[in-house]
Design a protein around this ligand. Structure first.
Ligand code: UDX
Length: 460
């Protein structure tokens, strides 16, 4: 099918490239002309494992094009995916102006099309979008449009695998024709007819993804509800970590046993510095404001936000407690991205930690396997060094803020010798407390206090 993707950010690029790989003809557009030039030069503006390969193959097969001309992209398409950003406003509500802009451009078309909201939007945006398209379209003498919602559940860092092997594909529609078209668009994914870049030579046998057809409002709610619940789980684990520190428990033992209950599940119970990124924090805020505006008490989400923000205070408290005076101390930072396998530093807890350290006049040196360039743009006054060993050299403390696998593999014995004071605060519980202490480090993490007599966890 001929498809247009509006917005070449992370969601648009993954969606466009993967749908082209699955056999559709995709034209993607963005109003950032520099971004389009970068893409047309065969370069990626984001770091997402596997995306370069998928994009290259789709372009070589002539199924994926980029253009700065929105009218050209949408003109020939049968269905249009809106993947523009919906950043938070001061109020915490989502800024929908990019969607409104896009609606004006699409509305100028004269043939009816399916317009699919992929950007995360508050419930009822679909209705507003349909109204806007038809009002702007009437002014331009344009056509009547159908609208659908198709929320994405892609995780940065594993987005390609998530796209080809989703747990569920959710479509919110108002009519049968839209449902038919969306089934057609996702048929290759449902039937496993694509070249999977994640599994070679073939994907493991598994169940086909669930294909859920809902109302537009439900589809919109599903996205916000899912992300908010994930944030809630993380916040819960973080409060447990605080309790473990006071009571002498080990949060990993507690969450591991909790996660074995299928009603709870093991994921998103890792305690530490809390959640960041462009989705969870803003979706929780927007969902909360939506509830408030509609007279529904969702204090639970306010608490989630508050607990999450408090993680950075907790870490700073640990830093102060360990260093006593922070001013002029040399502090090395390992990890800047909001999580591993991405260069995204938007709302990254690590960035806020570095700002706080700077505010307390620490001398900060920082590294990250891929996010240095993006961090440099938002963190003036920090010395960025690629080599983690040079970050540790002569440091009074080392903070591990993003749990990159590379950091687990470092020669910690060497680091212990080369630091001015072998002090590590592991804000992601990525390293083994007993191993670190055995190497001679002063080591702290979240919810894993040093216990005098530690019982062994017996496994089957
Ligand atoms: C999220 C959703 O998971 C995805 O379904 C949606 O489409 C987009 O938003 P993403 O933003 O890529 O994906 O990140 P995610 O993997 O959810 O992690 C978010 C944050 O939570 C990260 O900062 C991560 O470090 C943190 N986190 C995650 C924890 O602190 N503990 C955990 O147990 C899990």
């Amino acid at each position: 099918m001929r498809l247009a993707v509006i917005g070449c950010g992370y969601v648009g690029l993954v969606t466009g490239s993967c749908l082209a790989e699955a056999g559709h003809d995709v034209v993607a557009t963005d109003n950032d002309q520099a971004r389009i030039q970068t893409l047309n030069a065969g370069r990626l503006p984001i770091h997402e494992p596997g995306l370069d390969g998928v994009m290259e193959r789709a372009r070589a097969a002539g199924r994926l094009r980029f253009t700065g001309n929105c009218a050209e992209a949408v003109g020939a398409a049968e269905a249009i995916f809106i993947c523009v950003g919906t950043p938070p406003l001061e109020s915490g509500e989502a800024d929908l102006s990019a969607i409104d802009n896009v609606a004006r451009q699409i509305a100028a078309l004269r043939s009816p099309k399916l317009v699919i909201e992929k950007s995360t939007v508050p419930a009822q945006t679909g209705q507003q979008l349909r109204r806007a398209l038809n009002v702007y379209g009437r002014d331009a003498g344009g056509a009547i449009f159908r609208v659908a919602s198709n929320p994405e559940f892609l995780r940065e860092g594993t987005a390609i695998g998530d796209f080809f092997h989703p747990d569920r594909i959710v479509i919110g529609v108002e009519d049968q024709e839209s449902e038919r078209q969306l089934r057609e668009i996702y048929r290759p994914i449902l039937e496993g007819r694509f070249h999977c870049p994640v599994h070679q030579p073939s994907c493991p046998a598994g169940r086909a993804p669930a294909f859920l057809v809902t109302t537009i409002a439900s589809a919109e709610l599903i996205k916000h509800a899912s992300n908010s619940f994930l944030g809630l789980k993380i916040a819960y684990a973080n409060v447990l970590a605080d309790l473990c520190e006071r009571l002498g428990g080990d949060v990993e033992e507690v969450t591991r046993a909790m996660g074995m209950d299928p009603r709870i599940g093991p994921q998103f119970l890792n305690a530490g510095l809390g959640f960041g990124g462009f989705c969870l924090p803003k979706d929780i805020q927007a969902f909360n404001r939506l509830a408030e505006r509609n007279g529904v008490d969702f204090t639970l989400l306010k608490e989630t936000e508050r607990i999450n923000k408090g993680r950075i205070d907790q870490l700073m408290e640990k830093v102060r407690k360990a260093l006593w005076v922070v001013k002029e101390k040399k502090i090395g930072v390992l990890g800047l991205a909001f999580k591993p396998n991405t260069d995204d530093v938007r709302f990254a807890p690590a960035i806020e930690v570095v700002r706080r350290l700077q505010a307390e006049r620490a001398v900060v040196r920082a590294t990250d396997p891929v996010a240095i360039e993006k961090a440099r743009a938002v963190l003036p006054g920090v010395e960025f060094i690629e080599d983690p060993y040079r970050v540790a050299l002569g440091a009074d403390a080392l903070l591990l803020l993003t749990e990159w696998a590379d950091y687990r593999q470092l020669d910690w014995k060497r680091i212990c010798k080369e630091m001015a004071r072998p002090l590590v605060i592991d804000a992601r519980n990525a390293l083994s407390p007993s191993e670190m202490r055995a190497l001679g480090f002063e080591y702290d993490s979240f919810g894993r206090p040093e216990l005098s007599a530690k019982p062994t966890l017996v496994t089957a």
